[in-house]
Design a protein around this ligand. Structure first.
Ligand SMILES: [Cu+2]
Length: 380
């Protein structure tokens, strides 16, 4: 009984410790991301950790001490307490604190949620999400209120056994239908909506199309654009090596005008149907374009694709958000190794003319050295 009473308190203390450790880990990741040199030992954070560990050790030893005193002397300072009542109240306090933290956190982090969808299919994904949330969120709140109500209602153990009904067809039918309808609606609507960014869109008349390739590797993205022919050439993983970082097969005429832009930036023309062909050179990565509500896994040995129509240019979005620093982002959404956090790329959505101008400055994939290396490889 003695331990039970302190459990909620210990839970609170250790969550504060983990929050401290989490904050330190985030700070370290941010430091590594900016590539600054490693700083000297941070005594402040070490002292905080020692303080937390000491606090927890003191709490544990105090409980042990009280236990020993109670056992050896038979004197119980809490004898007059109704332990069930104390436990019930502590759990209600934990529940109340949890709800207060959730409300506070939701309002604090609300500005970090995604802005309006910047792709043609995006609003339909948002609509499906909002529809699902419209009943899962109230259900979440009701279930938790009921949980804490039950703790308060039955804390003293004086529960009479529940009423038992062998069968009630009317009730069962009602529940079956009431639960099936939203499940069927979400499934059918979901199959349609989630197919849109995978294969569910085709160009309307006069709409421009763009096929690009994005290749994942630990820990960066490489992008290949088609040249004047608008087509990406063949590739094979056995050709990867030396300067040919993507294993492009330059015996294919379609490959010879392909372009390999500099790392860390990807440009897309607004209004065009963009198809991104995705592959991975090593492990499982994930191509995540949150502002365009698009996402697909980069799987070694497999060709995947994701398609969307960017509808808002970067400049327009900056104006809408009142944030001149805003940039669309491509991120790796799969914990793929030590520098996973580094796998991000700026996405620039611009007019067709601006896009063309940027593309004309990009480096061709085909270089004389690439071909020489290949010949040497075949001869050896
Ligand atoms: Cu990755």
């Amino acid at each position: 009984m003695m331990r039970m009473r302190w459990l909620p308190l210990m839970g609170l203390l250790s969550s504060a410790l983990w929050a401290q450790i989490g904050a330190a880990a985030r700070a370290r990741a941010a430091e590594l991301a900016t590539q600054t040199s490693v700083q000297a030992v941070d005594w402040n954070s070490i002292l905080w950790k020692i303080l937390w560990i000491e606090t927890i050790v003191i709490v544990i030893f105090s409980i042990r001490l009280i236990n020993i005193v109670v056992r050896s002397t038979g004197f119980d300072p809490f004898a007059s307490w109704n332990r069930n009542k104390v436990n019930m109240r502590l759990w209600l306090a934990v529940g109340g604190l949890g709800i207060a933290l959730a409300v506070w956190g939701a309002s604090k982090y609300a500005p970090l949620t995604l802005p309006e969808a910047a792709s043609a299919h995006g609003p339909s994904i948002d609509a499906l999400r909002n529809f699902t949330l419209s009943f899962t969120f109230p259900a979440f709140i009701i279930v938790h209120l009921m949980l804490f109500y039950m703790i308060w209602r039955y804390y003293n153990g004086k529960v009479t056994s529940a009423a038992y009904e062998v069968t009630n067809h009317a009730l069962e039918r009602t529940f079956l239908v009431a639960i099936s309808i939203p499940v069927i609606v979400i499934a059918a609507w979901g199959i349609y909506v989630w197919s849109l960014p995978v294969h569910g869109q085709s160009p309307t008349q006069g709409q421009r199309t763009l096929d690009i390739e994005v290749v994942a590797e630990q820990f960066q993205w490489r992008v290949r654009y088609p040249g004047n022919d608008g087509k990406l050439g063949r590739y094979h993983y056995t050709l990867i090596g030396g300067e040919n970082v993507l294993g492009i097969d330059f015996t294919d005429p379609k490959s010879q005008d392909d372009l390999l832009p500099a790392l860390k930036e990807i440009h897309l023309p607004v209004g065009a149907l963009v198809t991104i062909h995705v592959r991975s050179k090593d492990v499982l990565h994930s191509l995540y374009l949150p502002h365009f509500r698009s996402h697909v896994y980069a799987v070694p040995g497999q060709k995947n694709q994701v398609m969307f129509v960017p509808t808002i240019t970067t400049k327009e979005m900056r104006r809408k958000l009142g944030n001149p620093e805003f940039d669309y982002e491509l991120a790796c959404n799969q914990l793929c190794g030590g520098a996973h956090y580094n796998m991000r790329m700026k996405v620039v959505v611009e007019t067709w003319e601006e896009y063309q101008q940027w593309l004309s400055q990009q480096k061709p994939a085909y270089t004389p050295t690439v071909m020489t290396e290949r010949k040497n490889l075949q001869n050896s």
